[in-house]
Design a binder for this molecule. Sequence first.
Ligand code: MSP
Length: 515
Amino acid sequence: MSEKNFYLTTPIYYVNDKPHIGHAYTTILGDVLSRCHRLLGEPVHFLTGTDEHGQKVEQAAKKNGTDPLTHCDTYVVRFQDLWKRLKISNDDFIRTTQERHIVIVQKILQDLWDRNLIYQSNYEGNYCVGCERYFTDKDLKDGCCPDCGRKVDRLVEKNYFFKMSAFQQQLIDHINAHPDFIRPANRRQETLGFLKQPLGDLCISRAKSRLSWGIELPFDNDYVTYVWFDALVNYISAVGYLADDAKFNTWWPANFHLIGKDILTTHTVYWPTMLMAMGLPLPMTVFAHGWWLIDDTKMSKSLGNVVNPMDMADKYGIDALRYFLMAAMPLGQDANFSEEAFVTRYNADLANNLGNLVSRACTMIVKNFEGKLPAACEATDAEKELLESCKNAAAAWESAIVNMQLDRGIGEIMAAANAANRYFDAMKPWAMAKAGDTAGLARVLRNTAEALRVISGLLYPVMPTKMTELRQAIGVAEDKIAPTMSNLAQWNLMEDGATVKVIEGSLFPRIKFEG
Ligand code: MSP
């Protein structure tokens, strides 16, 4: 794999429900990171998709009176439509019911079975239908599932097991030797803590008599495979494992598996041991972000506090939603979602700071220079702070991307927008216009436009639609609308005389919070 290629994945979402703001968050974050790496000039492959097998889907289909695949075909559209609306730039969308995925899962199962890495044995345990997991007696809470609290079924049955235990030490060694494998560091500690206990083997089969909606084991057609053993494989089946070597070698190992902290063990224990068994290199980083909470509690249907991303996008706009989600959550930590915080942030950063500057600068260029961008000129001492803060913002954004501190990076970009507003106010271009100081006026407006070019370019991965509008308004050439990092590190790159327009209404109209 070329060192520069960047392959990023999101979890594949269960299709049994409507996507909520948490799912939207992971996918938007994946999209922003993908766009950031494109900004850095790297070839990017961004994968998302849906996890369509398992008990929950089977049960949901039954409840709706349809067969599971029809159910999936109906529900998957909700995700695909939402991603389209949210301007998600995924290069592929995998569904685990696709043939390209099923055949690869079966090839892997057959290979591991042939090499005795999967074996058959009796299993006795407590099975939770809701969570699709077995629990030991010790795991249970008051005799019920420790995760969802439901009654568990006591089962003894023939099953198939993956020899996960054989890879415990190899996994520990890998985690210790690769500090970036599990990020942030507290999640690495969590997995290492989990690995202090002896690792058991993983039951990877489900009897068809109880669950038929899954991928059949190639060596026993009375069984389907455990949904996680199926789902995790999407990350390699989608890029051509055992099907298209050139493609696979281009993208694997993935640079980034983006996940929520709820699925840490499956991604940092099950998945790497599966890959070790297959003899494949491990992903470079599994990054677990925190949860969006409502008043410090997790969103759930039963509490009725689930935020629908479509509603937020309808009310406030797609880019405003993307901006808030990226700016307001320090990566790795939990954060509270509230509409009031959303509106406050929007008004402060987007309406009053950035949007206001765009409208002031464009209006004055249209009024005083017939909408033609004033020519580039030598920067003077007056521009020193402005240039510095734009340069800082570009450097800060680049390191924020690598260090997964997007909220801080956005803070630096907003600091540059603040500096540009300060510059504009201090220069008083309206007074220059009045006094007939055309050279001074041209200098201030050109430098403000350059600052806006840099700022909008840095924010382009976060707000692709609004920043396109901004860049068109200040006269960035059509072929430079999608920026590159190297352009953003330079000044005076726009064409003298480019056409500048005033955005009708305004780029970010102020919002009144209505509670
Ligand atoms: N299908 C599995 C993943 C298989 S990956 C091989 C699954 N799906 S899910 O639909 O439940 O989605 C889980 C993911 O959604 C979380 O890991 C997280 O990325 C995102 N979120 C769900 N709720 C969330 C919040 N409240 N806040 C932030 N993200 C959350 O698990």
